[in-house]
Write a protein that binds this ligand. Structure first.
Ligand code: NDP
Length: 248
């Protein structure tokens, strides 16, 4: 059990697969109580059951992060059931990569709604509780694409640059409340993320790249655990990591 994680009440969005699921599992193993949000309720329930089967504590709530009321209900459920929220992990996201000229405007809207607005709703839901507690920690998920733009990634990168901007603004504003903010920017990690790509050529290209370089999702979970397990006076603001094989 790790200091800074044990007995913490941690809300994770996008917990039904990939980075969110791996993080919930690791943090639970380190003694945290995890409150799990995503749309696929069956996957969340199975995860909660599995965590409880391993002696952990988990609560699963079907949540669409594009719905402000549902994100608030997720965070409020954590506070109602366990008395507080220590960490809000704004992780839910999607990456339907395609060149702009394909005008997949619905996918652009979806990325903006989930990747940006989902994070703002997470902040809106958790911030009042953390201010009242005078403690808390936001972990927002950006990407290497939040640091550099590549062809086919324009809108996705825009959303992930936005997550970094939001996180930096938040960091500066929450100092009086003893709240920490960490933004984590992973490179290629093997998850279900590529399933959201509808353009066959883009999907084939990026799948082949991921097959060559992607690292497992517990790489991300360990980065989260590192940030959370620092002494309270240490605020890890940015983590950028890539697979060792990944160049750009
Ligand atoms: P996955 O596709 O495996 O997981 C995405 C998660 O987001 C799922 O749990 C999904 O749950 C959830 N999600 C999607 N839309 C919504 C929604 N509207 N409301 C609630 N939850 C939603 O991919 P990853 O684990 O890789 O992605 C997690 C984050 O990591 C994303 O923000 C992604 O951009 C970021 N990232 C991933 C990288 C990678 O290489 N894998 C690299 C850099 C960043 P459900 O469908 O059940 O709602």
């Amino acid at each position: 059990m790790t200091q800074g994680i044990k007995d913490k009440i941690i809300v994770v969005t996008g917990a039904s697969s990939g980075l969110g699921e791996a993080t919930a599992r690791l943090l639970s193993a380190e003694g945290a109580t995890v409150v799990l949000g995503a749309r696929r309720a069956d996957r969340l329930q199975a995860l909660a059951k599995d965590i409880e089967g391993h002696g952990g504590k988990a609560l699963a709530l079907e949540t669409d992060v594009t719905r402000r009321d549902q994100v608030k209900a997720l965070v409020d459920a954590a506070v109602q059931n366990y008395g507080r929220i220590d960490v809000m992990i704004n992780n839910a996201g999607l990456m339907p990569q395609a060149p702009l000229e394909q005008l997949k405007v619905d996918e652009w809207d979806r990325m903006i709604d989930v990747n940006i607005k989902g994070v703002t709703y997470g902040i809106a839901a958790a911030l009042p509780h953390m201010q009242r507690q005078k403690s808390g920690h936001f972990v927002n998920v950006s990407s290497v694409a939040g640091h550099r733009v590549g062809p086919g990634f324009a809108v996705y990168a825009a959303t992930k640059f936005a997550v970094r901007a939001l996180s930096e603004g938040l960091r500066q504003e929450v100092k009086p409340y003893n709240i920490r903010t960490t933004v984590i920017s992973p490179g290629a990690v093997a998850t279900e993320l590529l399933d959201t790509i509808s353009d066959p050529a883009a999907a084939a290209g990026i799948r082949s790249f991921y097959q060559q370089v992607a690292v497992p999702a517990d790489s991300f979970a360990r980065a989260v655990a590192f940030a959370l397990s620092q002494p309270p006076e240490v605020d890890i603001n940015e983590i950028l990591y890539r697979p060792t094989k990944q160049e750009l």
